[in-house]
Design a protein around this ligand. Structure first.
Ligand code: SF4
Length: 208
């Protein structure tokens, strides 16, 4: 199977995922960027609770995050965990967005608490820049389907995938979301191969 075919098969099965989910609908760049920090090491349900707290407080903006008392911010984002570190990262992120117009990858990576996956999620989903987001789900699925080695680095995996896709923001956004969806539905750590619609094309299926 080709990489682009995998995208089409996943899209046919699951349909458009329309990431990134937005609830506040006022400042999408701020909401998506804040969500990308909050979602680190926690489930989306917990992120939703924090986002809703921020909306209630009218604080889903870089201006408010910059000004709000840090203890109050910690309290609002408590549901998504690691609130001491995340509140500091959010404040640094707000300062960056308020002080600079064209935010790049290096700007984001210079902030403590922002790694490659978070930076590229912000670049792709908030800033509409063509970065393909790779994570552990991507690594797992591409290894199991026989595309790549188990220990491939994130940057090599990213090159492997982007070298086989058209440079297209919508495809980048959807494909990443579909990979996450498939890994949550079927290709979990302990995969549910017996019901998986990719099993006839999957190398890993034969060894589980
Ligand atoms: S067949 Fe199993 S290992 Fe292969 S993609 Fe499906 S769930 Fe994952």
């Amino acid at each position: 199977m080709e990489v682009f075919n995998l995208y089409k098969v996943l899209l046919d099965y699951y349909g458009f995922q329309n990431w990134w989910p937005v609830y506040g609908n006022q400042d999408k760049v701020a909401e998506i960027s804040i969500g990308a920090i909050l979602t680190q090491n926690t489930s989306w349900n917990n992120v939703e609770k924090s986002i809703k707290n921020l909306i209630k407080e009218n604080c889903l903006s870089f201006e408010c995050i910059d000004k709000i008392d840090i203890e109050k911010l910690k309290n609002l984002i408590k549901p998504s965990g690691f609130y001491n570190q995340k509140s500091r990262t959010l404040k640094d992120l707000a300062k960056l967005f308020l002080s600079k117009k064209d935010i790049g990858r290096e700007d984001l990576l210079s902030i403590k608490g922002i790694g490659q996956e978070t930076a590229e999620s912000i670049l792709l989903y908030a800033l509409d820049k063509p970065y393909f987001v790779v994570d552990n789900y991507t690594k797992r699925l591409f290894y199991r389907l026989g595309f790549t080695a188990e220990n491939i680095s994130y940057s090599d995996l990213q090159k492997f995938i982007t070298g086989r896709l058209p440079v297209d923001l919508e495809i980048y956004k959807e494909f990443h979301a579909l990979i996450v969806k498939h890994c949550k539905e079927f290709c979990q750590k302990k995969p549910k191969c017996e019901n998986c619609f990719l099993s006839h094309k999957c190398i890993f299926k034969k060894v589980v």
